[in-house]
Design a protein. Structure first.
Lengths: 340, 294
């Protein structure tokens, strides 16, 4: 098997960078662990879940999807190609890789988004098995696992008590990456460490079932009262994929941008005529929960949540998707009332 | 009613940029009211024209834009039977519609589409059709009306109930006159109380009440309703009273949209995307949607 010392991940990053990969890895960014492009000298940290998810590098926060030259009232279209460098998503989390199944589906379920697809095809996904978790992690509640291989081209497995990493290829892309790593990897034997145990926090099928009959519920205003509508949860989420399309122009040029958006924003659904189907934060939170746990399962037979817990870690108001799901699951256990 | 499975394949060039519009030239521009304008748009070439009309069925929509301002979704207001151009009708409401309104005949705008599902008019052959529209909601229905009138022999009686807040807010006035003169169209116009002028000869009252009074027969008929959410809501009881089955009454929804193709996530009502599962819905479907999301 292919091994690398756990404290030599930067050697692997350097070898892959030399082989022409853009290396995206969890990097210490002023004390915060953030997935970003690795550069010589950057410290890779695998001891905490990065604040951002791997989606940033397949579906970036802002990207140009159209470009025109402007000349007075005239405009001339110019060709726009996706910016899709060969990339390795190194030591991301299994919950990041699990999200790719949904993103692949959304961006291809009928019409095909070639911007996403070009990046996706150019990406080799190498998650690391989690041997530690925090109280926000809940992948096991939504069908995932700390050692799940869904969406992975190769897996990094901590071994020998965390001193070594096993790099195990799972796909052709993974094999190509191992070849590219060359002497950064050593041949040898190691015993994989057990993945962390993450307790199951709620019964997700009960959540989906409750949602199917509780579009109207007192729970929605109750759970959404704290929400500031800042959208941080959507931006940190590995599966949130809602976007806006906006133009930005100078006198000579205009670009059309596909920008991240969030159903938590008041303007998200506001009609030109003034009507807003989701006029308050309760309606917006309901859509957020419904989309992930009811609408996506209904349409795609998938869940819109991989249990990474990032939304809860970044929320300034202390809200948590797993807590909301647990509350909903608790509702289903309550005795039936006299309500019709 | 369901999205055409071949639609995506037909609209998108393999490997192409889904979001790339074509450039249309404004062939004509008409003011319908003080703030509503219709643009007639010509295709950049025969290939684009033919590709569009191969896919276009009445009820589908498009994204209209001006580089620098952005793009907005609205209906295609002309029918597939008029296949040399398309028309769009819009009210100046924001940045994009203001930019569209600033464009003059001979200048260009961007367009992509057609997207969404369509009215199943092939299933309506031989049936009577009752159109009910309010205000700026006539444009999507106008495309259906002309589609039917351009193939007049294939359909039964045509009744149109159209209302607006004031006489000045009625759109397509020149076409309303044409329809008024035809003996194969029954047109009932109304304005809200207080919206009439001294020489107004139509009805005075809200669309639902006028519909109830006009009482078109539901026998062998379908109804097509389009208007602001509040008008649709109050039109449903009279439709039921007139015995129109919910499955034979249609409407078209226009939610805020960006991508138009089921990606950007904002036009959903409950689990349905207006851009993909609609914009055309039966009243039966509409009633099954979570009402709090409309």
């Amino acid at each position: 098997m292919k091994l690398i010392d756990a404290d030599k991940l930067t050697d692997l990053a350097a070898a892959l960078a030399r082989a022409g990969y853009r290396v995206v890895a969890p990097i210490d960014d002023s004390g915060v662990v953030r997935l970003k492009e690795w550069a010589e000298g950057a410290a890779i940290r695998t001891d905490a879940v990065p604040v951002n998810s791997a989606k940033d590098f397949l579906f970036p926060p802002s990207e140009i999807i159209g470009r025109w030259d402007l000349d007075g009232d005239d405009f001339t279209p110019r060709d726009v190609q996706p910016d899709a460098p060969k990339t390795v998503l190194l030591a991301v989390r299994p919950c990041d890789a699990a999200a790719l199944t949904l993103l692949d589906t959304v961006f291809n379920w009928d019409y095909k988004d070639e911007f996403y697809n070009a990046r996706r095809q150019a990406a080799t996904v190498v998650p690391m098995v989690c041997t530690a978790a925090d109280e926000q992690c809940f992948c096991t509640s939504v069908g995932g696992a700390p050692d799940a291989t869904a969406g992975a081209d190769a897996m990094l497995r901590p071994a020998d008590g965390g001193t070594t990493l096993i790099l195990e290829p799972l796909t052709d892309k993974g094999n190509v990456l191992l070849d590219a790593a060359g002497p950064a990897l050593a041949e040898g034997d190691a015993v994989a460490d057990p993945p962390v145990e993450i307790p199951r926090r709620f019964d997700v099928e009960a959540v989906t079932e409750w949602l199917s009959r509780n579009f109207e519920s007192d729970l929605w205003p109750a759970i959404s009262l704290a929400c500031l509508g800042c959208g941080a949860c959507a931006y940190a989420c590995p599966t949130c994929h809602c976007f806006d399309i906006q133009d930005e122009a100078t006198r000579r040029e205009s670009v059309r941008l596909k920008n991240w958006d969030s159903c938590g924003f008041g303007l998200f659904t506001l009609h030109a005529g003034g009507h807003n189907p989701r006029p308050d934060q309760a309606a917006r939170w309901r859509n957020r929960v419904m989309h992930k746990f009811s609408y996506i399962p209904e349409r795609f037979k998938l869940l819109g949540c991989t249990g990474c817990g990032r939304c809860a870690r970044v929320c300034g108001a202390g809200m948590s998707m797993s807590e909301v799901c647990r509350l909903i699951a608790d509702e289903t256990k309550k005795a039936p009332t006299h309500e019709s | 009613m369901s999205p055409d499975p071949d639609q995506a394949q037909a609209v998108q060039q393999p490997g192409g940029n889904l979001y790339t519009p074509i450039t249309m030239t404004i062939a004509d521009s008409r003011d319908e009211t003080y703030d509503v304008r219709t643009l007639r748009l010509e295709f950049p070439g025969e290939a684009e024209r033919a590709a569009f009309f191969e896919k276009y069925r009445v009820g589908m929509f498009g994204l209209y834009g001006v580089p620098g301002a952005g793009e907005s979704a609205f209906c295609i207001a002309s029918p597939p039977t008029q296949d040399q151009y398309i028309e769009c009708t819009f009210r100046k409401a924001g940045r994009v519609t203001a930019a569209l309104r600033d464009r003059e005949v001979g200048q260009t705008i961007t367009f992509r589409g057609p997207y969404g599902n369509f009215f199943p008019i092939e299933e309506w052959k031989g049936k009577n059709i009752v159109f009910i529209a309010g205000g700026i909601a006539l444009p999507p229905i106008r495309a259906v009306i002309w589609n039917i009138l351009d193939r007049r022999d294939e359909f039964g009686d045509v009744t149109i109930v159209y209302g607006a807040r004031t006489v000045a807010d009625l759109v397509y006035k020149h076409e309303l006159q044409q329809w008024q003169k035809r003996d194969d169209v029954k047109l009932i116009l109304t304005v809200d109380p207080g919206g009439e002028t001294d020489d107004w000869k139509g009805e005075i009252g809200f669309v639902p009440a006028v519909l109830e009074k006009a009482a078109p027969s539901a026998e062998n008929a379908v109804a097509v309703v389009c208007g602001p959410p509040v008008m649709i809501k109050f039109t449903l009881p009279p439709l039921k009273q007139l015995s129109f089955p919910d499955a034979d009454a249609y409407t078209t929804l226009e939610n805020r949209m960006k991508c138009g193709v089921g990606k950007c996530g904002r036009c959903n009502v409950g689990s349905l995307y207006v851009c993909k599962d609609g914009p055309v819905f039966t009243i039966e479907q509409l009633k099954n949607l979570p009402q709090g999301d409309l």
